[in-house]
Design a protein around this ligand. Structure first.
Ligand SMILES: Nc1ncnc2c1ncn2[C@@H]1O[C@H](COP(=O)(O)OP(=O)(O)O)[C@@H](O)[C@H]1O
Ligand SMILES: [Mg+2]
Length: 217
């Protein structure tokens, strides 16, 4: 069975592509077969990143393929243990298709209400269109160092009825620099930053396992 993770958001620039690249790297490092389906045909963020990765000889080699539609991405999915769907920058008709196809829907969000609110609006609209709330999880992304702010953001999402994944990815230019040379955010030059990202990746994996158990129960 192929596990499908969908990265979606209302706003662009929240971290979908960054998370997609982190997850494919962590799956493959863990011995699974995985691929990103890059559905952003305009920007091809992940496809271009894979090109930089190959040029710089970064290992392990990772697979990213560009697809014009979710349907086409799914046709090819059975060859992999995990398929990560990375969509267009902003919410569109494609967002619902990604959510429908996904076993787990991840919505990255910053900590301010300006970021949290659109994420919740999107999650609510997906629920209205029949997406089970259990399969929606928020990921705290580009966080600041403030514990109070972090707690408040998590509470905001819990109060709205959603799960927040354990761990978070702080704002850091080192993550951007890693990405520039085709590395994932678990592959920066800084061990602490790598383990922060890896902890979030692990909670995505734990959430997948939890949902799978529930399905087979
Ligand atoms: N932890 C981080 N700290 C600072 N900037 C980041 C971090 N993670 C990603 N970025 C930058 O944020 C921008 C948007 O990220 P991206 O993953 O492409 O968002 P999306 O796919 O949701 O549009 C990119 O320029 C990326 O390099
Ligand atoms: Mg993107």
């Amino acid at each position: 069975m192929t596990y499908i993770i969908g990265m979606v958001s209302q706003k662009g620039g929240v971290g979908k592509s960054t998370l997609a690249r982190m997850m494919v790297r962590e799956f493959v490092s863990g011995g699974m077969t995985a691929k990103i389906a890059d559905l952003d045909t305009q920007q091809q963020t992940c496809t271009n990143w894979a090109g930089r990765r190959a040029e710089n000889g970064v290992t392990p080699e990772l697979q990213v393929q560009s697809f014009a539609s979710v349907k086409m991405a799914l046709e090819d999915a059975t060859r992999f243990d995990a398929l990560i769907l990375d969509g267009k920058p902003n919410a569109s008709d494609q967002t619902l298709e990604i959510a429908q196809a996904a076993d787990l829907v991840v919505i990255p969000s910053g900590q301010t209400v300006d970021d949290l609110h659109p994420g919740v609006v999107l999650a609510h609209s997906l629920r209205k269109k029949g997406i089970a709330p259990e399969k929606i999880s928020f990921a705290m992304f580009k966080t600041t160092g403030s514990d109070r702010e972090n707690q408040a953001a998590r509470q905001y999402l819990v109060d709205a009825g959603y799960t927040v994944l354990d761990g978070d990815v702080p704002v850091s230019t080192a993550y951007g620099s890693a990405s520039d040379i085709g590395k994932a955010i678990t592959e920066t030059s800084f061990r602490t930053l790598n383990s922060r990202a890896a902890a979030l990746a692990q909670s995505v994996i734990d959430k997948m396992a939890e949902l799978q158990e529930r399905q087979s129960a």
